[in-house]
Design a protein around this ligand. Sequence first.
Ligand SMILES: CC(C)(COP(=O)(O)OP(=O)(O)OC[C@H]1O[C@@H](n2cnc3c(N)ncnc32)[C@H](O)[C@@H]1OP(=O)(O)O)[C@@H](O)C(=O)NCCC(=O)NCCS
Length: 335
Amino acid sequence: MTDWGLRPGRDADADGFVALIGACWSLYPGCVLDVDGEEPALRALASYYAGQGGALWVAERAGAVVGMIATKPLDGGTWEICKVYVAPDLHGHGVGPALLAQAEAHAIASGATRLALWSDTRFDRAHRFYEKQSYVRSGPIRVLHDISNSLEFAYAKPVNGIAVLDAAAAASAEVRLSTVLRACVAEGAGVGFLPPLAPEVARRFWLDTGRNVAAGTAILMAGWVGGVLAGTVTLALATSETRPHCAEVVKLLVDPSVRRAGLGRALMSRLEAESLRAGRTTLFLDTRAGQDGEKLYRTMGWTALGTVPDCVIAADGTLASTAYFWKRLTAEPVS
Ligand SMILES: CC(C)(COP(=O)(O)OP(=O)(O)OC[C@H]1O[C@@H](n2cnc3c(N)ncnc32)[C@H](O)[C@@H]1OP(=O)(O)O)[C@@H](O)C(=O)NCCC(=O)NCCS
């Protein structure tokens, strides 16, 4: 049973905000809250966010502020998520996800197409929280020049859409990518693993993919639906000297909860565009014969090369066939 609830924040919550942020910062070395010198907006925070076109909420328990969050619009459809704090004794009790869901819903209802936030590089617990909530590292570290000597990571996610992940983004997406991979394997997808797929094996796979991204031998894409990282595909570029124009499509995955909504097709269309950009015009892939991937590739202009029987072990222990496809790309990717 929860003994806390959410409500809009008020200017009169100022003392509660100062106590809450102070308690959270005290968990990390060197983080010092100087309200009047560096955070004067805390004295009238609801007015501050209202003035920016944004909004503020608190989590309250027995009349005390035990959590807070705010959001405000930036340029070009991006809304920033700000001031995310939960009292240390309530960490792990669902307050953070509830606050974030509230702020994201408000931003999306107000027209946000992208959500972004900054997080102190010391706040490692917060990073895991944002990564679980489908945010990925995005762009350079920010230096604040404040008395806490703060450095901040940028995190962001599209509400709906596809993004190419660089090495930092790939590393931060590991948790969500592993969740999607494990869900696909659990429902019997033929993607190179047998169920049950252990979390650490899935993480290891994405760690290796991230390493390939860093080395320039893979292009990793992720897709979001309603702010949730729900799909991915990788273009493997490590081909031989005689095949500099070729690449292989691997691990096209869409979370079972959002199938048949167009994400698989959108990922493949973006992959084709990125492939052309990388000068790779002949693509190959293989897929479990008869599964949904084969149906998708046939609708997107891929040519079937043939099927190898009894090629792989299926989830039920029997042997299954693999279908091979290729596609030549032209300047206008076919969607
Ligand atoms: C293959 C996969 C990525 C498709 O993702 P998706 O988001 O459901 O695909 P889309 O919604 O974009 O579907 C695109 C088209 O593919 C075809 N298709 C996909 N699933 C299908 C199904 N179950 N039955 C018939 N056609 C299907 C349809 O033509 C569909 O278009 P439509 O919905 O307008 O009819 C998804 O099923 C998946 O992750 N499967 C498990 C992993 C896997 O097998 N990956 C392929 C490895 S090579």
